[in-house]
Design a protein around this ligand. Structure first.
Ligand code: ATP
Ligand code: MG
Length: 557
């Protein structure tokens, strides 16, 4: 009791603490290296929180480095969105971001150094021949006939490649390592390719571009990254990462792998997310159903809850799948503490208090957030005509022991208002209840109730003449399938057809009249909602962030 729980370190923290203890580093240096070919997703958030978080924790620094070596798919739009997302998550990369493309000249010089050492050569095999000689994981590869080209000649051809003497695919630069290595990545991997394509930052200056393997480790080294953290699929690249650094005799950055985040009911792959955007399955990268950082931000997930989530899931060395309910729980927990409460009626029906004076209005007071005593109060006008939710009234309800809400002759409390008793209702021609009548008991005002009356049901309500109407976009999970990693068919056949339904009849209490884009609320008993960017003068649009409780399993079983 009272003892502070000892913090347990994950394996990367253990590694760093050991390195620091051994005096290997004065300061740790990490980096987050996104390729600017799409918007960041929740998987990237894990990597961001890890890299920036470790730098914070150990008094080091974390660079943001755009790994922009592929001119085909990269765009400035993505660079800007990535910066915005990292800032929003609460991290800072210092005065300026780095770009691998800024190192193109140095990388070129590194390549020349390798050639001069006899550790790289220009190959001119056709793609078909290249693949034939590559071998397979169980069968060694064969050496290219160009492998033993003299150093001088390699240097000349490599220069000519840079100057544009060849077409795409006619020549490549390869490392000279070992064609019989059991590790395919060591079988003379390609270091440079010819691509006559303009780059989003270097324009048409270059027509040869370094491969991931050549650019990544060397950029780490240039920036003196102490701990280069990446996902497990790069474990097999590590021998090449180390080989290149050793051959070039440059700063020895060390690569460490951790398990990528896979989330249930969620796709975390930029390529698939792009397919959803380009195929118009969603409204864009920031559609509130998307697992992109911009999507979940617009949905109403908070930066704090995402940081908390990544802290809870930690880092491991084995791939697994994390339950998305854990992320949602983290969001609810945060919003419960911060979101102001309001009454929102999703399916309104009119309730008329027949013994209330015609034009009289009384103002009730309610806390903005009972979880936060400093959050202040709001005013709720109480009038003769109110709205309650249709689901809170039954014409022929079950016994009062089972049904606490309203029905003929039943009594309920209108939260922060009075106890009322239903005296009747009116039906339309087609048999639908259109109005409910009730009488209020003046001695039962909330907070001043001296009547001694006890009722079990408490309902939300909104004053009809003061009600604010809004469009409510009811979002749900984008996919119906739990483990999308295991499916064999097209992932798009697993989309949830009901991931968005729009409610245009909802009414809200008048305090939301002044709500701003980005404001977040708890609609009492219903869920968490955020004012969407699409709102405009005269029209409030809310996104449902999450229902108050997780109803997924209940509904789908
Ligand atoms: P995608 O497969 O979605 O395109 P990527 O790994 O190709 O992802 P990058 O822009 O290259 O995307 O990734 C930047 C960093 O984010 C890398 O260090 C990568 O390891 C990390 N990362 C990407 N996806 C995840 C994930 N699901 N979990 C943890 N880290 C991830
Ligand atoms: Mg990638």
């Amino acid at each position: 009791m009272g003892q502070k729980k000892k913090e347990s370190l994950n394996f990367i923290e253990q590694l760093i603490e050991r390195d620091v203890k051994e005096g290997k580093f004065i300061k740790i240096q990490t980096r987050f290296p996104p390729e600017p070919n799409g918007y960041l997703h929740i998987g990237h958030a894990k990597s961001i929180c890890l890299n920036f978080g470790l730098a914070q924790k150990y008094g080091g620094e974390c660079n943001l480095r755009f790994d922009d070596t592929n001119p085909e798919k990269e765009e400035t739009e993505y660079v800007n969105s990535i910066k915005e997302d990292i800032r929003w998550l609460g991290f800072d990369w210092g005065p300026s971001a780095y770009y691998t493309s800024d190192y193109f000249e140095r990388l070129y010089q590194f390549a020349v150094r390798l050639i001069e050492k006899g550790s790289a050569y220009v190959d001119e095999l056709s793609a078909v021949e290249f693949n034939k000689l590559k071998g397979s994981p169980t069968e060694p590869g064969k050496e290219s006939p160009f492998r033993n080209r003299p150093i001088e000649e390699n240097i000349k051809i490599f220069e000519a490649m840079r100057l544009g003497a060849f077409q795409d695919g006619e020549r490549v630069l390869r490392a000279k390592i070992d064609m019989s290595s059991p590790n395919m990545h060591l079988r003379d991997p390609i270091l440079y390719r010819i691509k006559h394509l303009a780059h989003h930052r270097t324009g048409s200056k270059w027509c040869i571009y370094p491969t991931y393997d050549f650019a990544h480790g060397q950029s780490d080294s240039i920036e003196q990254i102490t701990h280069s953290l990446c996902t497990l699929e790069f474990e097999v690249h590590r021998p090449l990462y180390d080989w290149l650094i050793q051959q070039l005799e440059i700063y020895p950055s060390k690569q460490t792998e951790f398990a990528r985040l896979n989330l249930s009911y969620t796709i975390v792959s930029k390529r698939s997310l792009r397919e959803l955007v380009e195929g118009h399955y969603v409204a864009g990268w920031d559609d509130p159903r998307m697992p992109t950082i911009s999507g979940i931000r617009r949905r109403g997930f908070t930066a704090k809850s995402i940081r908390k989530f990544t802290e809870i899931i930690g880092v491991a060395r084995r791939n697994g799948i994390t339950d998305v309910a854990l992320l949602e729980h983290s969001v609810r927990e945060d919003l419960n503490k911060t979101a102001h409460r309001i009454f929102g009626i999703m399916d309104p029906i009119k309730l008329i208090i027949t013994n209330w004076p015609l034009d009289y209005q009384e103002v009730m007071m309610a806390e903005n957030n009972p979880e936060d005593k400093t959050s202040g109060t709001r005013e709720l006008p109480f009038t003769r005509e109110l709205f309650i939710d249709r689901s809170d009234f039954l014409e022929d309800p079950p016994s009062p022991k089972k049904w606490f809400r309203l029905g003929p002759d039943r009594e309920v409390r209108l939260k922060k208002g009075y106890i009322i008793k239903c005296t009747g209702f009116k039906k339309s021609e087609n048999g639908e209840v259109v109005e409910i009548y009730a009488e209020y008991d003046p001695n039962t005002k909330s907070g001043q109730d001296m009547s001694g009356k006890k009722v079990k049901g408490t309902l939300g309500w909104v004053s009809a003449p003061n009600a604010v109407s809004a469009e409510i976009r009811m979002y749900d999970r984008l996919f119906l399938t739990e483990n999308l990693d295991k499916i064999e068919d097209d992932f798009k056949t697993h989309l949830n057809p009901d991931s968005l339904t729009i409610n245009n009849k909802a009414v809200l209490e008048p305090s939301v009249r002044h709500a701003q884009v980005g404001d977040q609320f708890q609609f009492e008993r219903i869920g968490y909602f955020r004012v969407d960017e699409d709102s405009h003068y005269g029209k409030l649009i809310f996104n449902r962030t999450l229902a108050l409780r997780d109803g997924w399993n209940k509904r789908n079983n």
